[in-house]
Design a binder for this molecule. Structure first.
Ligand code: BTN
Length: 230
């Protein structure tokens, strides 16, 4: 593992994608500032000084949708140890007091149907003066928590390494209990925008692949991706 560090980049995910051949498994791209930070669904991710912006390059034998769950879990458990009142909004947002503290963007890089790598990018609101995400946002600083970006990154990577190994060996089931311990929505009414429609119902459980099982009026649906309302 090596950390490649920049004062500024357009986007750590874009850099990792464009340089995927030169980067190895578990290499990290880190930038103090991003000028064109990207969020999910084509949204922008404002990335001013004071935040933590990084991408982890993975070159797994087998891709698993739950890599992003593993990152959300690692960020959440790390921030909890720092004293932040955090929890996960499925599949991979980390919130505190109803506001977004971390967003994760996973991207797969293919060439001729061959998977060259998976990039897991995370943006954490540490101490920026201005934050703006798709939803109301908060920083660790506003929560009264002082954190050093580099130490935070190392702490997250340590946990992510462990969760990644568990996941690779046992699938999402191997980290499910830890994930569920940070997921307060089970048994509650939720709605998920899948991009193809809204699924509304009671959150029953997560399955062995990290999909959320929602009891709707029409039966139980297993949803693999979407934006959960909050
Ligand atoms: C979201 O919640 O929409 C996902 C936000 C992901 C932001 C991070 S910051 C580091 C990495 N580089 C990017 O351009 N995006 C991700």
């Amino acid at each position: 593992m090596g950390i490649i560090e920049f004062d500024a980049l357009a986007s750590t995910n874009t850099y990792a994608k464009e340089n995927i051949d030169k980067l190895g498994h578990f290499d990290i791209v880190l930038a103090a500032v991003q000028t064109a930070g990207r969020g999910r669904r084509g949204r922008t991710w404002l990335s001013r000084e004071g935040g933590l912006y990084f991408s982890v390059v993975l070159k797994p034998h087998k891709a698993q949708p739950a890599f992003t769950h593993a990152m959300a879990l690692s960020v959440c458990d790390t921030l909890k140890a720092y004293g932040a009142p955090v929890y996960i909004k499925w599949p991979n947002d980390v919130l505190a007091r109803g506001k977004k503290l971390c967003g994760i963007l996973s991207e797969a890089v293919f060439e001729n149907n061959f998977l060259k790598g998976i990039i897991i990018g995370a943006g954490i609101n540490v101490a920026q003066n201005e934050v703006k995400t798709d939803k109301p946002a908060v920083t660790l600083k506003k929560l009264g928590i002082a954190a050093d970006g580099k130490k935070l990154l190392n702490d997250i990577l340590l946990l992510f390494g462990q969760n990644y190994n568990r996941l690779s060996e046992g699938g999402f089931s191997a980290i499910k209990a830890a994930y569920k311990a940070n997921f307060p929505y089970l048994g509650k009414e939720i709605s998920i925008d899948t991009g193809r429609g809204l699924i509304t119902g009671s959150a029953l459980d997560l399955d062995g692949e990290g999909r959320i099982l929602v009891k709707t009026a029409g039966g139980v649906e297993a949803v693999s991706l979407g934006d959960m309302g909050f």
